[in-house]
Ligand binder design. Structure first.
Ligand SMILES: Nc1ncnc2c1ncn2[C@@H]1O[C@H](COP(=O)(O)OP(=O)(O)OP(=O)(O)O)[C@@H](O)[C@H]1O
Ligand SMILES: [Mg+2]
Length: 406
């Protein structure tokens, strides 16, 4: 769809980023919004013709502006379009919705979704003024601001080589490339991490600097130091000299993730076993994924970790992924034996992916980009994270269980 039939801006510094983007369906709304934004002295803005569909298309390909004004009068299912818009924008974006229906139910549903305000067209200047000020965080501080924050997902291997980095790289890749979520992967193993190799990123020193100076971290610095793998997948990964002592605290990781949560729907943290405060970092995450291989040693490691990271209070979720990183299954525990050992259900079973080690990971194309049983398992983890399906073991997973058990 062609958008931006017309766009208007205040005549100001060209390098200044656009703060407000409006997408409206009719010329009356276009000039009303231009006038209102100009009159109230709003920061740099742009008004485009096209409505919510054009907004979704636009922000699928461009970074979001802090405030979006969007017209839903052209679509039947306003709520699902706004949900789609939220999924292509950064989580902390503020959305003002314009519509033609004076409908309290719709208003309530939109507010529940985190929309700043719903205005019926033609919206009077006072209403637009108030909504825009609110969206810019300049009015009514007593009113709780609904800010959407991304989820922090900590992935921790029970033992070396269990497949934590593989899981993180593949699930992150699926969320970014198949589910249109903005995803950042953070590899906390600053010296021996393999995430950048897995996705073929060049490592740099930015993550170390960020963690060592987390109290005065600058979002712009982070943006510059991030590695990019496609339009929605980003990473922070390092390859620091082995002989140096690198010290950072779980608080530094929290400060870093708090900034990232505003810009990304998912902040994945690859937490190496030896990282300083590793368990504390896992404990603080919204979603904790423990990755094990089917061995007795892994049983013990999972039991110890489950005890240490505690339960699923405050909406936090624990998942256990049983991965098969080796082709030779001799001496491996079956899924049932493993579950019996840990006294807990396994949430995800990931089969051995034949082509993975040899080709795909090493060339930056994760296995998830191909069709196979392992990539289906990664897709089901991604589906669970976005709440796309009830968390049940899929038919394929059941088949794999039986096969492994037999
Ligand atoms: N399901 C799988 N199928 C095939 N190969 C796999 C699978 N899972 C992991 N591997 C391979 O096993 C090796 C170890 O995996 P990975 O690096 O993800 O483990 P890790 O838990 O992150 O290890 P580390 O402790 O070194 O951080 C890699 O070469 C990876 O390609
Ligand atoms: Mg790893």
């Amino acid at each position: 769809m062609a958008i931006a039939v017309r766009s208007s801006e205040r005549p100001d510094d060209a390098s200044e980023p656009v703060k407000i983007a409006a997408f409206v369906t009719d010329p009356e709304s276009e000039s009303a919004i231009e006038d209102a934004l100009g009159r109230m002295g709003a920061p740099k803005f742009r008004v485009k013709r096209g409505g919510v569909r054009a907004a979704i298309e636009h922000f699928s390909n461009h970074g979001s502006t802090p405030v979006i004004i969007v017209d839903v009068s052209e679509v039947d299912m306003a709520l699902s379009h706004i949900d789609e818009l939220a999924n292509v924008c950064e989580p902390d974006v503020q959305v003002i919705v314009l519509g033609k229906e004076n409908n309290v139910g719709l208003f309530r549903d939109l507010m529940r979704m985190g929309v700043t305000d719903y205005l019926v067209k033609p919206a009077p200047y006072e209403h637009l003024y108030r909504a825009v000020r609110l969206a810019l965080g300049e009015e009514d501080p007593s009113r709780p601001q609904t800010q959407r924050l991304g989820k922090v997902v900590a992935v921790n291997g029970a033992r070396g080589g269990a497949g934590a980095t593989t899981l993180l790289a593949n699930v992150g890749w699926i969320l970014a490339n198949k589910q249109s979520r903005r995803v950042v992967l953070v590899d906390l193993d600053l010296q021996n991490g393999s995430l950048h190799l897995a996705l073929d990123f060049p490592a740099n020193h930015g993550l170390r600097e960020a963690l060592e100076n987390a109290h005065r971290l600058d979002p712009l610095f982070l943006e510059r130091t991030m590695l990019q793998h496609g339009p929605r997948l980003f990473a922070l990964a390092a390859e620091e000299p082995l002989e140096e002592d690198i010290v950072y605290s779980p608080d530094a990781v929290r400060d870093l993730t708090q900034i990232l949560q505003k810009q990304f729907h998912y902040v994945f943290i690859d937490v190496p076993r030896g990282a300083p405060g590793a368990l504390e970092i896992v404990r603080r995450a919204d979603i904790r994924i423990l990755v094990a291989e089917p061995s007795i040693a892994s049983v013990r490691d999972i039991v110890r970790r489950l005890e240490a990271i505690s339960g699923e209070s405050n909406g936090r979720r624990n998942y256990i992924a049983l991965n098969h990183p080796r082709q030779d299954s001799k001496g491996e525990l079956t899924v049932e034996q493993f579950e019996e050992g840990i006294g807990h259900k396994v949430d995800f079973v990931i089969p051995y992916g034949k082509s993975m080690a040899a080709e795909s990971l090493n060339f930056g194309e994760p296995l998830a980009s191909r069709k196979c049983a392992a990539s289906a398992a990664f897709a089901s983890i991604a589906g669970e994270l976005i709440g796309d399906r009830p968390h049940t073991v899929s038919m394929l997973q059941r088949l794999l269980r039986n096969k492994r058990a037999g």
